[in-house]
Each structure stands twice: as structure tokens, then as C-alpha cells.
Design a protein around this ligand. Structure first.
Ligand code: SF4
Ligand code: SF4
Length: 82
């Protein structure tokens, strides 16, 4: 299982919360800031870490072969949606 960590320099935007496509959102908002609430639903897509403007998400145990390949067009679409 991937260990999802939010680092201290998180800006609370909260792009990670909006972007997480897991069936149950891995993140919950607490006073507008994300916390990792349901890590068991993380399927290691890497989108939250990819989109975080502060590079404040660390996915421990993240194995590249399991990462979905995000094209530049998909990333730009996600940035427009969130
Ligand atoms: S996307 Fe990054 S900066 Fe924004 S709330 Fe999530 S961890 Fe914090
Ligand atoms: S890696 Fe994907 S599934 Fe896991 S928390 Fe980030 S956006 Fe959600």
C-alpha cells in the first residue's frame, strides 16, 4: 500500500482533494486544509503529487510501474477542471 503524506509546506489550495479520483476520496478537508483520511483507497495513480503546486505530497512506496501515465493533455485538462 502507498503511504500518502502531506508535507508541512502544503499551501492548502486544495488541488489534491479535488483531483483524487479514488472511489472514496483519500483526502478530507479540515478547516479548508486536506488531511489523509482514507489511505486504503489510494491506488497510486500519482495525480495528486503531479498536480500539487507546492510539491507537498509524498507517495511513499510509490512504484513507477504501477503509476498511470498522464499525458500532458490530461494534466492540463485536470488543471482546468479543478
Ligand atoms: S495540492 Fe499540495 S498545496 Fe494544495 S492542498 Fe494538496 S498538498 Fe497542499
Ligand atoms: S495517488 Fe491518486 S488515488 Fe492516491 S491519493 Fe493521490 S490522487 Fe488519490
Amino acid at each position: 500500500m502507498v503511504n500518502v503524506k502531506i508535507m508541512d509546506w502544503c499551501k492548502g489550495c486544495p488541488v489534491c482533494y479535488q483531483a483524487c479520483p479514488a472511489p472514496v476520496n483519500v483526502f478530507e478537508l479540515e478547516n479548508g486544509r486536506p488531511k489523509v483520511a482514507h489511505p486504503e483507497y489510494c491506488f497510486a495513480c500519482g495525480l495528486c503529487a503531479e498536480l500539487c503546486p507546492a510539491k507537498a505530497i509524498v507517495l511513499e512506496g510509490f512504484e513507477m510501474p504501477y503509476r498511470l501515465p498522464f499525458s500532458e493533455s490530461m494534466k492540463s485538462l485536470a488543471k482546468r477542471i479543478i
